[in-house]
Design a protein around this ligand. Structure first.
Ligand code: COA
Length: 318
């Protein structure tokens, strides 16, 4: 028995925040943001577009693409660090909104690496026979946790949700997963949640020492992609697509270079979405599939890096 992806879906809020909008909020420029990050616009969730709401919408699309009904699912895992409630979990809210009861539902907190963690757990549950079809969601509204006056963070983050249905199969979809963390540099990237999602003082906002995080991300991701390929006994020549976490185009191009991959074989969504935290990898995967670039049989390397620090990957044959 193996695990593989049966379907994917995504949800983005309607409201667009462009670089021109940011020029009116903080001292910055469209040129600076594009040159340093690659981001042109991002989506901003309304009050109603909670992590659970966005996650549910992404889940419905993933179920549709897998030709499944909510009742076919036997677990719900949601990666998020910006859900409205500590409890009920975002996964329980999503299960409830889908009319699903009697199955395990729980959240995973690993910041921007959340989807990689949730995917690896789903894979392990399937391999151990605990579940046959699992809804794995990444849903975040981190833009609301950024200080609107902090030009080093407000330019980066957008909101959204992505989802995948991971199912048992006699075809090997998941070739290798790798998860890791190291708290030594945790203070470089933090988000307190004294009042979840509603910052009321300066110290409640997301904090990031951007250039330090940048350097660490490049080094950690270079090691991660090699370790993942090694685990599966594969090399970069076997890869069809890199589906990276969308934090910064310069980080993505550095990882692609390391893998000797032309940028035409890298899924990039951050120009339109910014960094959507745990939603970024499943949204990029969904975009790659829906655009027709990713086809059944392609070998994909999904990777992510985030606060904690945490990092994770999945090497899959779609
Ligand atoms: N507009 C204009 N200038 C800005 C700016 C903005 N939005 N943000 C910072 N600057 C300024 C800085 O104040 C600094 O000015 P100084 O030289 O006068 O002190 C200068 O630009 C360079 O700052 P620096 O932080 O070194 O820039 P950078 O090239 O590292 O880019 C980030 C900043 C945040 C875009 C980049 O570091 C990054 O993307 N980091 C990683 C982010 C990430 O991956 N985070 C999440 C992990 S999940």
């Amino acid at each position: 028995m193996y695990s593989r992806i049966l379907g994917t879906g995504g949800y983005l809020p309607e409201q667009v925040r462009t670089n021109a909008d940011l020029e009116r909020m903080v001292e910055t420029s469209d040129e600076w943001i594009i040159e340093r990050t690659g981001i042109k616009e991002r989506r901003i969730a309304s009050e109603q577009e909670t992590a659970a709401y966005m996650g549910t919408e992404a889940a419905k699309k993933a179920l549709e693409s897998a030709r499944l009904q909510p009742a076919d699912l036997d677990a719900v895992i949601c990666a998020t660090t910006s859900s409205q409630y500590a409890f009920p979990s975002c996964a329980c809210e999503i299960a409830g909104a889908l009319g699903l009861a009697g199955v395990p539902a729980f959240d995973v907190a690993a910041a921007c690496s959340g989807f990689s963690y949730a995917y690896a757990i789903a894979h392990a549950m399937i391999m151990s026979g605990q579940a046959q079809k699992i809804l794995v969601v990444g849903a975040d509204r981190i833009s609301h946790a950024c200080n609107p006056q902090d030009r080093t963070t407000i330019i980066l983050f957008g909101d959204g949700a992505g989802a995948a249905i991971v199912g048992a199969s006699d075809e090997q979809g998941t070739l290798a997963v790798h998860l890791s963390s190291d708290a030594k540099r945790a203070p470089l990237l933090t988000l307190p949640h004294p009042v979840r999602g509603r910052p009321s003082s300066e110290s409640d906002y997301l904090y990031m020492k951007g250039n330090e995080v940048f350097k660490q991300a490049v080094v950690i991701l270079a090691g991660l992609v090699n370790q993942t390929l090694e685990k599966a006994g594969m090399s970069d020549a076997d890869l069809d697509f890199l589906v990276p976490h969308q934090a910064n185009l310069r980080i993505i191009t550095a990882t692609a270079r390391k893998l000797h991959l032309d940028m035409s074989r890298v899924i990039v969504t951050l120009d339109k979405q910014g960094n959507t935290s745990s939603a970024s990898v499943p949204l990029a995967l969904d975009e790659g599939i829906r655009s027709g670039r990713i086809q059944r049989g392609h070998v994909l390397l999904l990777e992510s890096f985030g606060g904690g620090f945490t990092w994770g990957s999945a090497l899959i044959r779609y």
